[in-house]
Write a protein that binds this ligand. Structure first.
Ligand code: CTP
Length: 401
């Protein structure tokens, strides 16, 4: 999978820098083209000549060296890279990337690229576990940058803990997986809904729920990265829509969401309904603010349309994926929903679990199929859950042609 792929490998000043030599050897063996960039500190640990010989390419160490081509070097590298791998990555480079600093050729290339960026941290355990480093890592993950988990074990600094550079083979396997996935949704249109709906009572008040929109936005983001044309229909959230959307349709109410979804349904190959649609809306909207009067007040509600159920009836060869947020008999209820709404699979959220469901950055889900088969995924960042859901959509797309 890495054959003819252009990998830019950034080596930074960690004692593990010498281990990257093996990484270059394996990348070349897999047929990749490799351009190594070394930071100044990396050059203190290993001589560029080592990497030059293994990559069969001069190593870049200086942003302002005499150019041997006409291009602006960091932009040329940023544009032509299939993957930028920073391995080993120090706490310093991670912080610089997170802050958008571009004061050397490696950071400038990363800031200018649209290629997938993968970071393999290797450092002292306390530096790794420091909340500052962890915050930077979480931030980068949220931007779609893949940050590998360092291994646990004895460290060069004398401590034992998490901070060791992963085995070169493991890093290569991850790169292969990413390149394989790179554009696997190209040519497909995804209609994704996200966030809550708001059902107004009067100009001031509304009925809604705790959905943050994070799961739906993560799905949209990942589908774009994997080459899909994405239409995102979203209820009110605090999240900035991901770059590269084909269409963004902001809505407030379930009725508006229904309209937007139906208008775009025919062009969709896949519909993923991650939105938490309010099941009921106030029967009457009061155009004036309701004034406080009696001790009790009754707001009469009427049922909203079940958008997903409507799609289930209209479905031709679209892949339909629903979500089920449950607190009681989760699997039984989710399977019943899947059947009622004619879905291909349903993503079950047991919202009573810590680290799952509304508002959280992580999610714990179970995928349930028509035949009752279920797959439990571990607690993961919503971005990673999104990738796993998209992986499970793929076989249905292939089946439908
Ligand atoms: N859904 C929808 N329209 C609705 C309600 C739900 O499209 N009016 C979709 C959601 O986007 C989700 C799935 O149906 O993908 C299940 O939503 P959920 O609220 O769990 O189920 P309901 O059918 O509303 O059942 P209940 O609230 O009774 O659990």
């Amino acid at each position: 999978m890495l054959k003819n792929k252009f990998v830019v490998l950034g080596v930074t000043g960690s004692i593990a820098a010498y281990k990257s030599a093996d990484l270059v050897r394996l990348l070349k063996k897999r047929g990749a083209r490799v351009q190594v960039i070394m930071t100044k500190s990396a050059c203190k640990f290993v001589k560029p000549l080592t990497f030059q010989v293994l990559s069969q390419n001069p190593v870049i160490t200086d942003m302002f060296r005499e150019p041997y081509r006409w291009e602006v070097e960091h932009v040329a590298l940023a544009d032509s890279a299939d993957i930028i791998l920073v391995a080993p990555a120090t706490a310093n480079i991670i912080a610089k990337i997170a802050a958008g600093i571009a004061d050397d050729i490696l950071t400038a290339t990363i800031l200018a690229t649209r290629a997938k960026v993968v970071i393999a941290p290797a450092m002292n355990v306390h530096m790794y576990e420091n909340p500052i480093t962890q915050k930077n890592i979480e931030y980068l993950k949220g931007l779609g940058i893949k940050v590998l988990e360092p291994e646990e074990g004895p460290l060069a600094c004398g401590y034992t803990g998490r901070g060791r550079f992963p085995a070169a083979e493991d890093i290569i396997n991850i790169l292969e997986e990413l390149v394989g996935k790179a554009q696997d949704l190209k040519g497909r249109t995804f209609l994704i809904t996200a966030g809550p709906t708001r059902e107004p009572i009067d100009p001031i008040r509304y009925i809604s729920n705790h959905s943050s929109g994070k799961m739906g936005y993560s799905l949209a983001h990942k589908a774009i990265i994997r080459g899909a044309r994405v239409i995102l229909v979203s209820g009110p959230t605090n999240i900035t829509p991901p770059a590269g959307l084909y269409k963004f349709v902001p809505v407030e109410t379930a009725i508006q969401m229904e309209k937007a979804v139906l208008e775009n349904f025919n062009q969709a190959d896949v519909v993923i309904k991650a939105a938490a649609v309010a099941d009921y809306r106030p029967k009457k909207f009061n155009p004036e603010k309701i004034k406080k009067k009696d001790d009790e007040m009754i707001v009469e509600l009427v049922k909203n349309p079940d958008i997903l159920q409507e799609l289930g009836k209209k479905k031709q060869n679209q892949v339909l994926v629903g979500f089920a947020a449950e607190t009681d008999k989760p699997e039984k209820n989710a399977l019943e929903k899947l059947k009622r709404k004619n879905l291909d699979f349903i993503v079950l959220n047991d919202v009573t679990q810590e680290g799952a469901g509304f508002g959280s950055d992580t999610n714990i889900v179970k995928i349930i199929y028509k035949d009752g088969r279920s797959e439990a995924l571990p607690r993961m960042l919503k971005e990673d859950v999104a990738d796993d859901i998209l992986d499970r959509v793929l076989p249905f797309l292939t089946e439908n042609g």
